[in-house]
Design a protein around this ligand. Structure first.
Ligand SMILES: [Zn+2]
Length: 483
């Protein structure tokens, strides 16, 4: 990714994060994804005349927890405001949000960007309700209609607004990764982007280095962090093209077309005054007294940065390992479970990083699938450490553990299938002689001055023993037999 030559990007991000509550922000409807359309609604979240909102205490506390995790100042007293606008997925004609007295402000998030560690300022993190969802169906049966599902109306959101502190798409990406990780760690949201629990809008402008900020545009509908980075880069080049041709950037809102990989104008940008914000008359101001904040702070789960440092300090892991293991809370839990099974930290770390994460990538699964199998995975790792089995057999056993629902122990499996490593020179020598006799060409290569040819013979021994031979012993024997 690169900036247009001679220009610097200025990037700020707005992240909407759905809070993990049982019910919606102002009514008792369930906050649940995936129900049949328009089954989780009531007069309050539909905004029917006379319905009155009541604040969800858990949502309020989770929003404070989010603010504290981001190092924000939490307002002792906060209030709600109506943001008025029309859209078919918002039957009320307004959204209850927070305007001039947000719950949290002035925080910071430390990130690991490609250029090194940096801090991104958090302008504010306020509480608001989500809108519904439009479904633009294609196909004959839809008859050109769009559908609306109000189930999401009133789901609690925290909107986290960053300062325009990022200068490259990579920094924006690193910020989003760090933010998602933090929100997962402090258990305020499941952050499932496919379900829309975490959504991002990007604000971007460009300037000559050192010059004042340029006019910004806002990109919406970014459904993955990679899309955010791509859209920012595309938009920066679009700005540069206009400015270099003597044009002017118009403040507007755009959408990202992920297929064509370009931004398309959505509407001219509205300013705050266009929304005619006014204090929500149906809700009283709320206080977050110091003792409530203290209680929430005391119960704040360990954030990823602290866990990363603890892994380095207490377990002696290299910082790189600690970073990989703590990026995703579920991966860190898996690592801790393997250690609890008696694996030394570095062994557990190697297993997670070099084997288990590879399986997850291949199979597109989450780390939770390993949890019921963690004892047997640790047993394989121990057998490999003790040189009871070879590396190849360890891989096969891991695949067996993942794909079977059997409860046979690893030790029983090794015994019943005879998978134990063969290190006994006496037992291997006959096989080695056999392999030498069967491969005269490779032997000739070796004797003709190509020492690496011996590796092909080791491979043959491994094959003949179904991966059970101790490769070091096999190699020594081969060298001896070959003279
Ligand atoms: Zn409702």
């Amino acid at each position: 990714m690169s900036a247009p030559a001679g220009w610097e990007m200025v990037i700020g991000l707005e992240v909407h994060c759905q809070l993990k509550t049982r019910t919606k922000l102002f009514c008792a409807c369930p906050n649940r994804y995936g129900a049949d359309p328009n089954t989780l609604v009531c007069p309050v979240c539909l905004g029917l005349p006379g319905a009155l909102p009541v604040l969800n205490r858990t949502a309020f506390e989770l929003a404070i927890r989010t603010g504290l995790a981001l190092g924000c100042e939490v307002a002792a007293e906060t209030k709600f405001d109506r943001k008025n606008y029309f859209y078919p997925d918002l039957s009320k004609g307004y959204q209850i949000s927070q305007f001039d007295r947000p719950l949290n402000r002035r925080g910071a998030l430390a990130i690991d960007a490609p250029g090194g560690k940096m801090t991104v300022g958090i302008t504010r993190a306020h509480l608001e309700e989500d809108a519904g969802k439009l479904i633009h169906a294609d196909g004959e049966e839809a008859g050109g209609f769009s559908f609306v599902d109000f189930n999401r109306c009133g789901v609690p959101l925290v909107e986290i607004v960053s300062e325009p502190d990022m200068r490259t798409p990579e920094e924006a990406y690193a910020y989003l990764m760090a933010l998602k990780s933090l929100l997962e760690y402090v258990e305020v949201s499941d952050c499932d982007m496919e379900k829309g629990s975490l959504r991002c809008d990007a604000n971007i402008s460009i300037r000559r280095p050192g010059a004042p900020f340029g006019t910004r545009t806002e990109i919406k509908n970014l459904n993955s962090f990679k899309a955010v980075a791509k859209a920012i880069e595309h938009e920066a080049h679009r700005h540069a093209g206009i400015l270099e041709a003597g044009g002017r950037i118009e403040q507007m809102t755009l959408t990202w077309d992920a297929v064509a990989e370009k931004t398309l104008p959505l509407r001219s940008k509205e300013d705050a005054h266009d929304y005619r914000y006014f204090p929500e008359p149906d809700l009283v101001p709320v206080t977050a007294p110091a003792d409530l904040q203290d209680r929430i702070r005391a119960a704040l789960p360990e954030p990823p940065a602290a866990r990363r440092e603890r892994y380095v300090r207490e377990l002696g892991l290299p910082p790189y390992d600690a970073g990989v293991l703590t990026a995703d809370k579920a991966v860190a839990e898996l690592f801790d479970r393997l250690r609890a099974e008696g694996l030394p930290p570095k062994v557990a770390s190697n297993w997670v990083m070099s084997r288990l994460l590879a399986v997850l990538n291949d199979r597109k699964l989450g780390p939770a699938i390993f949890l019921p199998k963690v004892t047997r995975i640790a047993d394989i790792a121990k057998a490999l450490e003790a040189k009871t089995i070879t590396n190849q057999v360890a891989g096969e056993l891991l695949a067996w553990v993942l794909d079977s629902v059997e409860t046979e122990t690893v030790a029983a499996r090794i015994a019943s299938l005879g998978l134990a490593q063969v290190s006994d020179a006496g037992a291997l020598e006959a096989i080695v002689r056999e392999v030498v006799a069967r491969n005269p060409k490779i032997v000739a290569d070796y004797r003709g001055g190509k020492p690496s040819a011996v590796q092909a013979l080791v491979g043959q021994v491994m094959k003949d023993t179904k991966g059970k031979a101790n490769a070091t012993v096999a190699r020594e024997l081969l060298l001896k037999v070959l003279g």
